[in-house]
Design a binder for this molecule. Structure first.
Ligand code: NAD
Length: 262
């Protein structure tokens, strides 16, 4: 299938490892120039080198904390200055910490709002003038928690629904500009983030890590965890010309785990 992605320019948030890295690699494999970002320069540069050597496309690594508006402004404007256009924005950052309502004070709530809600709002706000020039794609990486909240993930459960609400309304406002806006919701995807959540649970419950891992796998209809490339495959399709009529959608990639219908 010709996806029409050659020569497009994509910004991928939180992309030195995990889901963001897989998305950046997959877009580069389809011929996009990609801008990757994270807070740590060394990992970011190593990832940029890997993607460049595997794909031969242009990869610009920019140190950026997605919870900082100043950093986001720099990220978007350096992208435009370097490549002259922006076609695709993938909003992604590290997930908020695990815990219940009693565990978090003002500071943690504010951090979750900045990192996992305002990061998307701010990146879109800065990138929209560029996307409007030729049309484009906005894809927000959220979580299955927006369809089915998970206990002890109160920050994720709360803050990510803001992204979905914003995206739905925005998708209707920018459709006339040839821009689509969609949300992708990972289920259990084998990344450092997920494995550290399992490790924390194993310690809390006094159980071996392997036992928790096997329980999580068998709790998924497919009997396995997903891979970051499983998320990337959907993002690439949503970013493509073929997905021009899909907008305002919130799609889970979870091996069938979510029991909710919508
Ligand atoms: P990860 O921790 O493996 O990778 C996160 C990436 O984002 C890294 O490159 C990290 O350096 C970067 N990052 C973190 N905070 C950042 C910040 N403030 N600014 C810039 N870069 C930052 O995480 P992942 O598993 O790839 O998850 C990506 C997103 O998807 C997270 O929001 C996570 O909560 C969500 N999610 C993941 C899963 C899963 O099973 N892995 C499930 C549901 C939702």
């Amino acid at each position: 299938m010709e996806l029409g992605l050659t020569g497009k320019v994509a910004i991928v948030g939180g992309s030195s490892r995990g889901i963001g890295k897989a998305i950046a690699l997959a877009l580069a494999q389809e011929g996009c120039d990609v801008v990757i970002c994270a807070r740590g320069e060394a990992d970011l540069k190593a990832t940029a080198g890997e993607i460049r050597s595997q794909t031969g496309t242009r990869v610009l690594p920019l140190v950026c904390d997605m919870s900082s508006y100043d950093d986001i402004q720099r990220l978007v404007h350096e992208t435009a200055d370097t490549f002259g256009r922006i076609d695709i924005v993938v909003n992604n950052a590290g997930g908020p910490p695990v815990g219940t309502f009693d565990d978090f004070a003002e500071e943690e709530w504010q951090k979750a709002v900045d990192q996992n809600f305002l990061s998307a709002v701010r990146t879109i706000r800065e990138a929209l003038p560029y996307l409007r020039r030729q049309g484009g794609r906005v894809i927000n990486i959220t979580s299955v928690t927006v369809k089915q909240p998970i206990d002890r993930l109160i920050l994720s459960n709360a803050v990510r629904l803001g992204v979905v609400g914003m995206a739905k309304t925005l998708s209707r406002e920018v459709a006339k500009d040839g821009i689509t806006v969609n949300n992708v919701c990972p289920g259990n995807i084998a990344t450092q983030r997920l494995l550290s959540l399992f490790e924390a649970r194993a310690q809390r419950e006094g159980r071996p890590f392997q036992e928790v891992l096997e329980e999580e796998k068998s709790g998924t209809p497919t009997g396995s965890l997903g891979e970051p490339a499983d998320i990337a495959a959907l993002v690439v399709f949503l970013a493509s010309e073929k997905a021009r009529y899909i907008s305002g959608a919130t799609i889970q990639v979870d091996g069938g785990s979510t029991t909710a219908v919508f």
